[in-house]
Design a protein around this ligand. Structure first.
Ligand code: 9D3
Length: 254
């Protein structure tokens, strides 16, 4: 898969795409990330990429022309058909389901906004969809693009080791992950749920599933909303809820 990114901070994108699983995917030839700077395609003497908004008001808007020229140059770098995505606070939310769809595409071109945003006509004419990464305010689209590249890059065939396998990911079955523990010099086994030290693998699997269900209920009840639990899961959650209501009863204890 190929991902081209239009950004006024191309070095940030290049750096981000060299880290961890995504960096390794690039080294393995599973993914190619290339960054393009719209400023390199500005034609005036000042290399301007922004201007004041029609109608007045505070802030600046990204000019269409440098973006169009930059997009055309990026398109010509490969014959693969590309889906053009703008990272924007006005976009539909990025989800794991969306990441899976995008990961199966041969090529994406990501457009990162700065200032107050892009000229709406560029969005209408050149952009296929707008994506947001959540309901908080960033100062530009670059971090959001890095998030999308990470989510999509790790889904490329061969990007993950067996241990990292995407199948066991928290969001792949719509639940939060269970707590994890390992050896500690300072704490020994203090505070480790005894079941994890019991060696009873069926009991351990049951405990982990119950923790996943319980934490999802406490922290992300929205994830349980549209979900039908089978008999076993419903039982595990009911038991968790009973214990939680009897016990300290505070989410911060989880
Ligand atoms: C006047 C209101 N604006 C500033 C507070 C709107 C605004 C413009 C541009 C807010 C943020 C941005 C820059 N953000 C992104 O480019 C962005 C983003 C985000 O802010 N949150 C979540 N996902 C994304 S994807 C791109």
């Amino acid at each position: 898969m190929r991902i081209d990114v239009l950004s006024l901070f191309p070095d940030f994108i290049r750096q981000a795409a060299q880290v961890g699983v995504v960096g390794r995917a690039q080294e393995r030839g599973l993914l190619k990330v290339e960054a393009w700077n719209p400023r390199d395609f500005a034609t005036d003497n000042y290399r301007r990429v922004d201007d004041r908004p029609f109608g007045g008001g505070p802030g600046m808007v990204m000019l269409a022309e440098p973006l169009i020229a930059c997009l055309n140059a990026a398109r010509l770098a490969s014959t693969k058909p590309a889906r053009v995505i703008c990272l924007s606070p006005q976009g539909v939310p990025l989800t794991q389901a969306k990441a899976r769809v995008l990961a199966a595409m041969p090529r994406l071109i990501l457009v990162c906004g700065r200032y107050e945003g892009l000229d709406e006509r560029f969005l209408e004419r050149e952009v296929d969809e707008e994506l947001s990464i959540g309901d908080y305010v960033l100062s530009g689209g670059e971090l959001a693009a890095a998030v999308l590249i990470d989510a999509v890059g790790r889904l490329q065939d061969g990007a993950l080791n067996d241990a990292e396998s995407a199948a066991q990911d928290s969001f792949e079955d719509g639940l939060l992950d269970c707590p994890h523990y390992t050896r500690s010099e300072a704490w020994g086994t203090e505070g480790v749920p005894p079941v994890l030290l019991s060696g009873d693998h069926a009991k351990i699997a049951r405990w982990r599933r119950q923790q996943s269900l319980g934490r999802t209920w406490l922290r992300r009840p929205d994830l349980l909303e549209g979900k039908v639990l089978d008999r076993k899961d419903a039982e595990l959650l009911a038991e968790f809820q009973a214990e939680w209501r009897a016990g300290p009863g505070k989410p911060e204890n989880l």
